[in-house]
Design a protein around this ligand. Structure first.
Ligand SMILES: Nc1ncnc2c1ncn2[C@@H]1O[C@H](COP(=O)(O)OP(=O)(O)OP(=O)(O)O)[C@@H](O)[C@H]1O
Ligand SMILES: [Mg+2]
Length: 580
């Protein structure tokens, strides 16, 4: 938890001030018994009503002061700590944006969501409350026990006796509770994932009538979580029981011994009153230790979960501008590229291997291959969504690995297989492709993508598309994603099956417009249909992770049975297809 210090640093002055105020306020509580002792041994014993009123006035004043100080403490810490939480959350978000795609492939989104929300809230509450009060109550307990021992060391020792077993019990509790709270917080993450998936997948769930089984999965997880929370509650109940029972027993014993001593005249009544009320004033600090430790343990777990994500390495790459391009206008080259997904076993066949492909400057290359042959994977390597495991990729002679990512991703523009839109307006979604694009560029891009439907939306390009653009049709989404990829007139354009959801007439219109755009760009277009392939100057055939042929559409149709098969659904003998 020491790692939280950089976040607390900016507010350390106020935080420390608040802690000091709280210590003073809490120790004020220990002055009450001394005033009581004075009242009992002085004015009460002397039957002096004026003195009693004076004492009562002092007590009232002390009470008001204590309340004011605790209020001041709250005021001191509330705002700065909300700032600490916000800063941590901003850092986490920034980091998540910079983590590689491979990280996001591996982590469930609910786990990230719960860390960004619940866990950070737990940390803020820890800084505001348990951390201060562990210190405050610790100081109060030590001061109070010292007072007790000074007042009457014999009775003081009786009260002190439970300390050793209590410390041992607390220590064991910490261990058990740490494990349980880790389990609970992970389970909250799993539960969040299920809820998120069922909200996003609500169409599938309804369409297949799966709400029962989905609800069962949810209930199962939530029952597990409930079990863990109950286990935590049992642990807490156990320690609270011990923490209450032992000191109360000691207090009872002290009361009996003290009364006997007063009866014997060994002890003044005032001292006994002061002693017992000091002991009672210590009740809350001692009893609170149990749940303060529990809250601290939860905060420790939350901190650990926060830093687990923060410690994941961000995408690496040169930040400074790389040296000037050497072979300007060389196009896009794959040289001996091999790629294996990080979660694949080390001995497995790589998803891509020995890929050598040269797309000349200004050329459009179609990438054709059976489903699962690695087309999407190959396209993702160009803007370095994943990094090649061997070989290299160059843009105009420059290795993409040596380029600052920002520059690389300005040069390369993509339309993905899944047309992902964000809850923003149509124009904002398209402008993601080139933040500086003006209205003319926006119009042009929408024109290329044949997105004339935008004009018919209630607010035109300013219409909000709703979460994930689900208020649009599949083809409409695809056309907006296409517009986004061409809006910046990129040097390199990568389209992963961009027209799959369009009817033949719209497809033909998009193709005609695309051909004009593609004339200026070096493009790699994944295609399944002959109509899309005809856009391209040449075609590369990808077969089980390798480029097995490159040529024009007609050449490949003539020479490659596998290609013929893919394009026309012609019967190709299996042997012939494998031969390629
Ligand atoms: N994130 C991933 N982690 C591990 N393996 C993956 C991942 N994404 C894809 N694969 C595997 O890599 C192989 C190639 O997938 P890819 O998506 O590149 O195929 P594709 O040629 O684009 O297919 P399609 O035509 O269906 O879009 C598949 O066997 C797939 O299971
Ligand atoms: Mg694909």
């Amino acid at each position: 938890m020491l790692r939280l210090y950089p976040y607390v640093r900016p507010v350390r002055g106020r935080w420390a001030g608040a802690a000091v105020v709280a210590v003073v306020a809490s120790c004020l509580g220990l002055v009450f018994p001394l005033v009581l002792k004075w009242i009992v041994d002085g004015p009460v014993a002397d039957r002096d009503p004026g003195g009693v009123w004076l004492g009562a006035g002092v007590l009232l004043g002390l009470g008001l002061l204590e309340a004011l100080l605790f209020g001041l403490r709250r005021w001191l810490v509330a705002r700065p700590l909300a700032g600490v939480e916000a800063a941590m959350r901003a850092d986490l978000y920034r980091h998540l944006q910079r983590l590689p795609v491979a990280f996001h492939d591996r982590w469930a989104s609910g786990q990230l969501l719960s860390r960004a929300t619940t866990d950070l809230m737990v940390v803020r509450m820890f800084l505001a409350f348990p951390l201060t009060f562990l210190i405050v109550n610790g100081v109060t307990i030590v001061a109070g026990l010292a007072l007790l021992v000074v007042q009457d060391w014999g009775l003081g020792l009786v009260l002190l006796a439970p300390a050793v077993p209590l410390i041992l019990v607390c220590y064991r509790f910490e261990h058990g509770y740490a494990a349980a709270s880790r389990r609970a917080q992970d389970q909250v993450g799993d539960l969040t994932t299920v809820v998120e998936e069922s909200v996003l997948g609500i169409r599938v769930i309804k369409g297949f009538g799966r709400h029962r089984s989905q609800a069962r999965a949810f209930r199962e997880l939530s029952r597990t979580l409930r079990g863990t929370e109950l286990a935590k509650a049992r642990l807490l109940a156990g320690i609270l029981g011990v923490i209450t029972l032992l000191p109360e027993t000691a207090l009872g014993a002290a009361l009996v011994i003290g009364t006997v001593q007063v009866a014997d005249g060994v002890l003044s009544a005032g001292t006994l009153v002061a002693f017992l009320s000091t002991a009672l004033a210590l009740r809350w600090p001692i009893e609170s230790i149990g749940f303060l430790l529990a809250m601290s343990q939860e905060a420790a777990t939350a901190t650990r979960r926060f830093f687990e994500v923060m410690d994941e390495p961000e995408e690496t790459g040169p930040e400074a501008v790389a040296p000037a391009p050497s072979g300007g206008g060389d196009g896009l080259r794959f040289e001996g590229v091999e790629f294996r997904y990080p979660d694949a076993g080390p001995g497995s066949v790589p998803t891509l291997r020995q890929v050598d492909l040269h797309i000349r400057s200004g050329e459009t290359m179609a990438l054709v291959g059976a489903t699962g042959s690695g087309k999407t994977t190959l396209t993702a390597l160009v803007p370095r969504l994943h990094d090649v495991t061997a070989g290299r990729i160059t843009l105009d002679g420059r290795d993409v690995a040596a380029m600052p990512r920002e520059e690389l991703r300005t040069l390369v523009s993509m339309a993905f297989e899944e047309p992902t839109l964000f809850s923003a307006s149509v124009a904002e979604n398209v402008r993601m492709g080139a933040p500086g694009a003006g209205d003319a560029e926006l119009e042009r891009a929408l024109g290329v993508a044949q997105a004339d439907f935008v004009g018919r939306l209630p607010d035109g390009a300013a219409t909000q598309v709703g979460e994930q653009g689900l208020s649009l049709s599949g083809g409409q989404r695809q056309r907006l994603a296409l517009a986004r990829s061409v809006v910046g007139a990129p040097r390199f354009l990568i389209l992963d099956d961009p027209l799959s959801a369009l009817d033949v007439h719209t497809e033909a219109a998009v193709e005609a417009a695309l051909r004009r755009v593609l004339a200026d760009s070096t493009a790699l277009v994944v295609a399944h249909r002959p109509s899309t392939v005809l856009l391209a100057d040449r075609v590369a055939l990808l077969s089980e992770g390798r480029v097995t042929a490159v040529g024009t559409h007609h050449e490949l149709l003539r020479t490659h049975a596998e290609y013929r098969h893919l394009m026309a659904g012609d019967e190709a003998a299996p042997g012939e297809a494998a031969q390629g």
